[in-house]
Design a protein around this ligand. Structure first.
Ligand SMILES: Nc1ncnc2c1ncn2[C@@H]1O[C@H](COP(=O)(O)OP(=O)(O)OP(=O)(O)O)[C@@H](O)[C@H]1O
Ligand SMILES: [Mg+2]
Length: 329
């Protein structure tokens, strides 16, 4: 983004209501530009810019020490950036109101061990200045699987139970933006699926989610867009479709002949294994190659039993970006 663009964003957001009144579209949940942070001589974050739209789930990926937690802390005003700007829900991060509708699950945290789970939640509702009925607080504990432990002291909670409580704290005050820094690192497989469902349910209600996780499969299932950080810089970013692309299509055909094979070769280089045909698609495919191919194969009298898009996994893409094996999109 140029400084002129940044100035435009500043101008709009300082004058406009944060909730999209006045005919303006709602401001993004997160907007940050040119974030930098040094610790001593080490640059932890170097010119990071991205946005998270309302109702969007953005995955922040990258190896240990890439700067993910540092970025999150700068977004939330917990670490002061050396340079760069942040707007949360349309407000400058220097304005405490910018954080009023943000739920945050930190990477490392400890609650007061003498409080019960229900008391921790009560405390955070109070701190958020929100009105949340007791029944809704109980529902929130139930959502993270802690209904039966509401009255137990947090000091006796297992690691995963503490993380579940942290998630409940992040969700209880009906946030418009939820920031989760490795929400499932201590969770069992059922807990991980629960978190996935919770993130998807937040998204369906228009809540934006910024998710940092090393569990790539998890990110791939729930995220709309991904930002990959490496050594403090954005190494790649984009929607899953942009990052992963659709490189090949596999077709199971009956009655294929030379004309059908020629038609497939016209779409891209083709390989055959029994009834299965794999066609490589060009990287600038505009989305009509496959439907047009299927239509023509049917017209040629071929019976089409299966059409399977084959795309690389996010893990493969992440590793390729981090190993500099291919240019980042
Ligand atoms: N308070 C601090 N003091 C000194 N250096 C720090 C501090 N916080 C972070 N760093 C350094 O900044 C860099 C980025 O750290 P950060 O915690 O943001 O990484 P991360 O991407 O979240 O990694 P992980 O996946 O391990 O959580 C690291 O080199 C780290 O040592
Ligand atoms: Mg971290």
């Amino acid at each position: 983004m140029t400084s002129a663009d940044a100035a435009t964003v500043r101008g709009v957001t300082s004058d406009a209501p944060a909730d999209g009144l006045g005919g303006l579209p709602p401001s993004p949940a997160v907007w940050c530009s040119g974030l930098r942070k040094r610790y001593g001589r080490r640059t932890a974050v170097d010119d990071v810019s991205f946005t998270v739209a309302r109702g969007e789930v953005l995955g922040l990926l990258g190896p240990n020490g890439a700067g993910k937690t540092s970025v999150i802390k700068m977004l939330l005003g917990l670490v002061r950036p050396d340079a760069g700007e942040v707007l949360l829900l349309g407000r400058r991060s220097s304005d405490p109101r910018s954080r009023a509708a943000v739920g945050y699950l930190p990477e490392l945290f400890r609650y007061q061990p003498w409080l019960t789970a229900a008391e921790v939640l009560d405390l955070h509702v109070k701190l958020a200045g929100a009105e949340v009925a007791p029944a809704e607080r109980r529902e929130c504990l139930a959502l993270v699987g802690l209904a039966a432990r509401a009255g137990d002291r947090v000091g006796g909670f297992s690691k995963g139970m503490q993380q579940r409580l942290g998630l409940a704290v992040a969700l209880v005050a009906r946030p418009e933006l939820v920031v989760l820094d490795e929400p499932t690192s201590a969770l069992d497989p059922i807990g991980r699926v629960d978190v996935r469902d919770i993130v998807l349910s937040l998204k369906s209600r228009g809540v934006a989610v910024l998710l940092n996780s090393h569990l790539i499969g998890e990110v791939e299932r729930v995220c709309d867009r991904v930002v990959i950080l490496d050594e403090g810089r954005v190494a790649a970013s984009g929607t899953l479709a942009e990052l992963l692309g659709q490189r090949e299509v596999r077709l199971r055909l009956a009655g294929s002949d030379a004309r059908a094979e020629d038609r497939m070769r016209a779409a891209g280089s083709m390989a055959r294994s029994g009834d299965w045909f794999t066609v490589q698609l060009s990287s600038d495919d505009d989305g009509v190659t496959v439907p047009d191919l299927v239509r023509d194969l049917v017209a040629l009298g071929v019976r089409v039993h299966a059409v399977e898009p084959v795309r690389i996994s996010l893990e493969e893409r992440l590793l390729a970006v981090l190993r500099h094996e291919e240019p980042a999109p």
